[in-house]
Ligand binder design. Structure first.
Ligand SMILES: Nc1ncnc2c1ncn2[C@@H]1O[C@H](COP(=O)(O)OP(=O)(O)OP(=O)(O)O)[C@@H](O)[C@H]1O
Ligand SMILES: [Mg+2]
Length: 399
């Protein structure tokens, strides 16, 4: 999927704004960032919402609209402006372009023409603007999927604690999507009572916009946002692969890191999330069932184009039992190096889970928290290396 274009629109007339808004919402690669019915307020709206481009309808008041275009062009010269008007004569087009609009469409807008204009604006912006958006760094998102090699291996614990750690950085905007649709418990682990879930998002997928999507996420005090699994088990079937593709595409436009806590059932939604992820943490423990499943899963994931290469094996609860399989034997068995090792700490981890608070609050100095902090840094390339490399060794490494 293409990068999402975040759009803000201004049109004082409901009659023309509604159809244009609905058309934009129907374009998969568009996120309607803001909607405004007053020319006077639009500059503020744009400065706050920082869209990739703006659509300005001229017909409610040509004078004010053209003034707004000039003003926006002066304040935000790199912001592409698409003007729309029912007056498609040469004079009107020229006035809009001279004021600073980059594209002009005649109303009623035709979908094909809109798509062509959006693509042209996207390309121009990419050429002229590299990676900045209105002078603000473009959100460059990293999507991390957490997959387990059997039940209870520690996926949710790792997902929420990586998420909370990443959310500590003020420049980050982090969201966790609970894709263990039937039995997920990220909300419980974070002691959150969500108002909305993925089921609400799926039911409203056709009118999904920025406001709706943001409202569906609930925020933990540490800064991590959560998009929870459905409350009712019957609602799990409402969430389809294509819904997830759209939701993840939109989330990527607004969040710097996304974390997917996957189910252990290899469902189509799990696979869709893995396809869209940049890195897949395959969580295992040093025991036979888990390691054997890693081998089976890698066999299957290597058969999916573009997925196998993204997998990094993370050993959890290392040191839990004297009888556990050695790291060397484990690496021989799975046929690839272990990316990270998280130590066992029953008191810290179980205590934090039962208290419904992340490790950074419950046991910030514990070795298990330190290991997860360093894992999060390694994933974001802040651990003295660029993002995920296979040969990375974690805390507790034996080699
Ligand atoms: N590093 C660790 N040290 C000690 N206990 C741990 C560690 N990681 C996880 N646990 C414990 O293991 C149990 C299962 O963890 P968690 O719920 O995160 O696993 P999961 O893979 O998400 O399970 P599920 O299959 O139910 O989704 C929890 O009680 C948790 O406290
Ligand atoms: Mg879990």
């Amino acid at each position: 999927m293409k990068d999402v274009q975040r759009i803000a629109i201004v049109d004082p007339s409901d009659t023309s704004r509604e159809p244009l808004r609905n058309m934009l919402l129907g374009v998969e690669s568009v996120w309607l960032e803001a909607e405004c019915s007053r020319y006077e307020f639009f500059l503020d709206v744009v400065q706050q919402s920082k869209p990739d481009l703006v659509v300005i309808a001229l017909d409610a008041d040509h004078g004010k609209a053209l003034q707004l275009i000039s003003h926006l062009t002066a304040e935000l010269p790199s912001l592409p402006i698409l003007a729309v008007s029912a007056q498609g004569d040469g004079q009107s087009i020229l006035q809009a372009l001279r004021s600073g609009a980059k594209e002009f469409l005649t109303q009623p807008v035709v979908l094909e023409e809109l798509l062509v204009a959006l693509e042209r604006l996207r390309q121009n912006r990419a050429l002229s603007n590299g990676h900045t958006r209105n002078g603000v760094a473009k959100v460059d998102s990293l999507a991390i999927a957490v997959l387990g090699s059997r039940g209870g291996v520690g996926c949710t614990s790792l997902a929420i604690n990586i998420g909370c750690t990443l959310a500590q950085d003020k420049s980050h905007n982090v969201a966790l999507v609970d894709l263990d649709l039937a039995l997920g418990d990220a909300d419980v682990a974070l002691d959150l009572m969500p108002d909305y879930t993925l089921a609400d998002v799926a039911l409203n997928i056709d009118r999904l916009d920025m406001t709706f999507l943001r409202r569906s996420l609930c925020k933990h005090a540490c800064g991590l946002s959560l998009l929870p699994h459905p409350v009712q088990l019957e609602d799990v079937g409402l969430i389809h692969e294509d819904h997830l593709q759209r939701v993840i595409g939109l989330l990527r436009a607004s969040y710097t890191q996304l974390i997917f806590d996957l189910s252990k059932r290899f469902t189509p939604t799990d696979l869709a999330a893995m396809r869209m992820a940049d890195v897949i943490l395959l969580v295992a423990q040093l025991e036979l069932t888990s390691l054997r499943n890693v081998v089976r899963m890698m066999h299957s994931l290597n058969g999916e184009e573009g997925i196998g290469d993204k997998v990094r094996v993370v050993l959890n609860r290392v040191g839990a039992a004297e009888t556990e399989i050695s790291l060397k034997k484990a690496e021989e068995t799975i046929g690839q190096p272990v990316f990270w090792q998280v130590p066992n700490d029953t008191r810290g981890m179980l205590g934090s889970r039962n208290a419904g608070v992340p490790l950074l609050e419950f046991a910030p100095k514990s070795k298990v928290n330190q290991s997860i902090v360093e894992l999060a840094q390694a994933l974001t390339g802040k651990h003295g290396q660029a993002a995920p490399k296979k040969e990375r060794r974690g805390f507790f490494s034996f080699k």
